[in-house]
Design a protein around this ligand. Structure first.
Ligand code: COI
Length: 389
């Protein structure tokens, strides 16, 4: 597997050297930034030198995929995304292994989920192949930004926003797809140490039939108030209960949730109110590979609290791209606080974290083919030169 060779300064590249559906134009920055050192990386505050952008116009479809120096958008104040939040995003990571290879984790699954999210928001579908090309092309251009310290990675944030300047509420006639990259460390200040979560029966994130399964800004906006309240009480995140009965576990602020009660691993099913987490799916798969009973079923907060009291709730953890596998050491509900595994990371949580991290960094076997190495990108030669002229 060859890494990208860029001899296409300010030109076009094709994905993997083969002419793809659309060439990607590259304009390189003339003012490269200073890269943060791996030891200082936090989540989502540093951004690389370049971004990817592509536009949609009614009648023309998606057009002009291009890589540009990282830069602000100029938006009309009437742009519909600013008023009605017609937007979706996703998040995935690229890891630099000790062998120097940069690997994406489940990139095609993320591209497919981005398109599913588009569907919920009446945003025109993207060509998943072109989305994958945007990942490879931009990470290829900014590959020096992929950190190498264990626990760090390059976070990719693809997003689509409605860009039409119009104050009526309707699906916009124009959109922008963009991709930005951020070298990141742990999502939580706690790192891999256990977080504290508060189950709320007063606030609701989403209901079945709503937007809960879409990765869209509105769900995160809906989470902010309750998260602030939880933080004032010393918790890291909110554990959302279902929006109808306020009884069954849904998900945690930025993660899916899993519990181990006795020999059973339980996580809420995908019934439309929670996000179909890619890490959630990976962890369920690993548990089943290991012969464990991993159930996707409704589980009430009363069942979890009772299991905590009678000692059968041995572990609880969240899963997410940003957080990976995050142990939960304390759970609060209706004024009661229970400690899980003495507030320490449980053995299964640690084993799952180690297993998934091992796959992501290319250190262990990848039985399910979840990782893809960064593809070689080459200039399109004569055809590219012709297009340049
Ligand atoms: C992710 O895990 O990728 C997320 O999208 C969480 C994010 C909102 C920080």
């Amino acid at each position: 597997m060859a890494l990208a060779l860029f001899d296409d300064r300010d030109g076009f590249v094709w994905f993997d050297g083969k002419p793809g559906p659309t060439p990607i134009a590259i304009t390189r920055t003339t003012e490269p930034k200073v890269r943060p050192v791996d030891d200082e990386l936090r989540f989502g505050s540093a951004f690389t030198d370049h971004m990817f952008r592509m536009d949609y116009t009614e009648g023309r479809g998606w057009h002009d995929p291009r890589i540009l120096p990282y830069q602000p958008f100029s938006l009309d104040p009437a742009t519909s995304v600013l008023h009605y939040a017609q937007s979706v995003f996703d998040g995935l990571k690229a890891y630099r292994g000790q062998d120097g290879v940069i690997r994406f984790f489940r990139a095609a699954t993320h591209a497919a989920r981005l398109n599913r999210s588009c569907g919920y928001l009446c945003i025109p579908a993207l060509d998943p192949e072109l989305v994958l090309q945007s990942f490879h092309a931009l990470v290829g251009v900014d590959q020096a930004w992929v950190p190498s310290k264990r626990g760090t990675s390059l976070y990719l944030r693809p997003a689509v926003i409605a860009s039409e300047a119009f104050l009526g509420v309707h699906p916009a006639k124009s959109y922008t797809y963009f991709l930005i990259l951020s070298p990141v460390g742990p999502y939580y200040a706690e790192g891999i140490n256990p977080v504290k979560i508060l189950a709320t029966d007063t606030h609701v994130r989403a209901v079945q039939g709503g937007l809960g399964a879409a990765k869209t800004a509105a769900n995160y906006a809906a989470s902010i108030f309750a998260a602030e309240e939880a933080q004032k009480q010393g918790y890291t995140q909110v554990l959302w209960l279902d929006g109808v009965e306020h009884k069954y576990l849904d998900e945690v602020g930025t993660m899916n949730i899993m519990v181990k009660i006795g020999d059973e691993i339980v996580t809420p099913p995908l019934t439309g109110s929670i996000l179909a987490g890619v890490t959630r799916d990976s962890i369920l798969t690993l548990c089943r590979d290991w012969g464990m009973k991993a159930s996707e079923r409704r589980i009430s907060i009363d069942e979890v609290m009772a299991a905590a009291r009678n000692g059968t709730l041995s572990e609880m953890w969240g899963t997410g791209t940003a957080a990976v596998v995050s142990p939960v050491g304390e759970l609060g509900y209706k004024g009661e606080r229970v400690t899980i595994n003495d507030g320490k990371t449980g053995p299964l949580t640690q084993k799952l974290y180690d297993a998934i991290i091992g796959i992501q960094y290319g250190e262990t076997g990848d039985a399910h083919g979840w990782t893809t190495p960064l593809q070689a990108l080459r200039a399109a030669g004569g055809e590219s030169a012709a297009r340049k002229g």
